[in-house]
Design a protein. Structure first.
Length: 318
């Protein structure tokens, strides 16, 4: 829970810095002199001869410095938390990454059955959102939506932008969401690949998801586009986040990926410990159940560590 609060605070600070810096970077003169502002003697928060505009600039600079210090401190804490998580068995997790307006938030909502912010604007999801894949699977998969990439990101925003991508480093799988209907998607793909490499996420397994195929002309145009994409990017997924059958296929692809390392085993649950059935069903996929003299025997599929933990737990009840 503390990690979630820290992540939320970090996201809010990053978003605040983004909103503060972005217009200033777009208009550098807003942080420089030369406005011709009328000077007045110092009253209130102004120094002697300081104009209203100069006062505003000073307040903005102070706020930016404050936010940057907060982000540095939070980043150190998040690195500590990540090291702790890596020392334990990490849950199955997938992170959605991609260019702004590629449809990540809509896809997130479709995959998790949850209502998340869907907005056609910069920094709409600067604080990472985490939900559970729905319907739940074995293993349970966490899905996170990260900030959308933008080209030519102002230098002052680079640190806060990259600091929101920790979920991509922690994830077991990346879904690189690309807008198939955008004529400039190749450039957008390159931008995303470049930033992921810069933060050290190039080694994380990745699936390219070409979204918004329903925005590519008529059925014939969509089929032609899909064929071309599959030929150029083998293993990619071409879909629309608004088509339930295609979302279901993507969900199955995610589940299959995380089930690669699962093992099958048989466990005996004594009749005297049937209260543990709930835990068994919650952590494993039950393939078969049969009754024997000593108890119920389950043939199941699950993560090796989970099965061994349950085996040891069941043994203590005999």
């Amino acid at each position: 829970m503390c990690a979630g609060i820290s992540q939320r605070c970090h996201g809010l600070a990053s978003r605040a810095l983004g909103y503060s810096l972005y217009p200033l970077q777009r208009n550098p003169w807003s942080l420089r002199g030369g406005d011709g502002g009328r000077q007045r003697s110092g009253t209130g928060g102004r120094g002697a001869g300081e104009s209203h505009t100069e006062l505003d600039r000073r307040k903005i600079r102070d706020r930016i410095a404050e936010l940057q210090l907060e982000i540095v401190a939070m980043e150190a804490e998040r690195k500590t938390q990540r090291a702790r998580r890596q020392g334990r068995q990490a849950p199955a997790s997938v992170a959605l990454v991609g260019y702004t307006n590629a449809g990540k938030s809509t896809l997130m909502r479709a995959l998790t059955g949850s209502e998340v912010l869907v907005a056609n604007k910069l920094f709409a999801t600067l604080d990472t959102t985490v939900r559970t894949l729905y319907p739940e699977s074995v293993p349970r998969v966490l899905v996170s939506d990260t900030v959308g990439f933008i080209k030519n990101l102002p230098h002052g925003l680079v640190a806060s932008f990259k600091s929101t991508l920790d979920e991509a480093l922690d994830a077991g799988l990346l879904l690189h969401v690309i807008d198939a209907s955008d004529p400039g998607f190749e450039r957008q793909r390159a931008v995303t690949d470049k930033v992921l490499a810069e933060i050290g996420a190039q080694e994380v397994p990745r699936i390219r998801v070409f979204n918004k195929i329903d925005h590519v002309g008529d059925a014939a145009a969509q089929a032609e586009c899909e064929t071309a994409l599959r030929e150029k990017y083998p293993g990619c997924i071409v879909m629309s986040a608004r088509r339930p059958d295609e979302v279901a296929r993507l969900r199955q692809t995610i589940v299959t990926f995380f089930q690669q390392d699962l093992v099958e085993a048989e466990l005996l649950l004594p009749w005297s410990a049937q209260q543990l059935r709930k835990e068994l069903y919650a952590n494993c996929e039950v393939l078969e159940e049969r009754a024997e003299d000593e108890g119920a025997v389950f043939r199941l599929r699950g993560e090796p560590d989970t099965i061994e933990r349950l085996r040891a737990q069941f043994a203590l009840t005999r």
